[in-house]
Write a protein that binds this ligand. Structure first.
Ligand code: HEC
Ligand code: HEC
Length: 151
């Protein structure tokens, strides 16, 4: 009996090893992390430097969430507080020089206007992201519209 279970175990091991070998073969398909096989851990890219502070960045199309022209590291947005609104909220914008959140940010998904920022626009970084001077990961032929201040 002992011998039988040993044989079964060895057979099982042999099978999983073959299966494993098949799994890690990328078949030459290249993803954003390159041609590395699945079991290979590639060295992490160095963190890009986020643009620290500059004037608003021209928008590329109508209804684009404007990109964040300053760093946001350490700006908390949670149930109790929203750091972004301490500058971008209507109450503080004149004092801080930040663009006020637009009226659309007060609207619920069924078009009702609330007296404060709508929950669906509360987590700012869901749509507004910081920028870095980095090479695009994939080629892009998108042309921004001229009417919004692009050359
Ligand atoms: C300390 C104040 C302050 C805080 C906090 C702050 N911002 Fe700003 N933000 C500004 C100012 C000032 C500008 C305008 C920059 C300028 O005109 O030079 C700006 C610009 C922006 C813009 C560009 C607006 C446009 O019209 O193009 C976006 C988007 C933005 N911030 C998003 C955010 C988000 C998201 C957060 C939170 C993660 C945040 N900001 C936190 C002060 C702040
Ligand atoms: C679901 C996506 C989404 C979320 C979440 C969101 N925004 Fe926006 N935001 C947009 C879009 C889209 C625009 C441009 C069109 C518009 O004004 O609605 C915009 C515009 C803005 C502008 C420019 C307003 C103007 O008059 O030009 C500011 C400033 C801004 N958002 C700040 C914020 C802040 C601060 C938060 C968090 C409290 C936030 N947004 C959350 C999508 C979002």
């Amino acid at each position: 009996m002992k011998r039988l279970s040993y044989v079964v175990m060895v057979l099982g091991l042999a099978c999983t090893t073959t299966l494993h070998a098949q799994e890690v073969n990328s078949g030459g398909v290249e993803s954003l992390r390159g041609t590395a096989t699945l079991d290979e851990t590639k060295k992490a890219e160095t963190m890009k430097r986020v643009i620290k502070d500059k004037n608003p960045i021209a928008r590329n199309y109508v209804h684009q969430p404007p990109m964040v022209p300053h760093q946001t590291r350490g700006y908390r947005v949670d149930l109790n507080s929203n750091k972004c609104l301490t500058c971008h909220g209507w109450k503080y914008a004149a004092e801080t020089g930040a663009t006020k959140v637009s009226l659309t940010h007060f609207e619920t998904r069924d078009g009702k206007t609330l007296s404060d920022v709508s929950p669906r626009r509360y987590f700012c970084s869901q749509c507004h992201v910081t920028q870095a001077d980095a090479k695009p990961l994939v080629d892009n032929t998108f042309e921004p519209v001229e009417s919004l201040g692009n050359e």
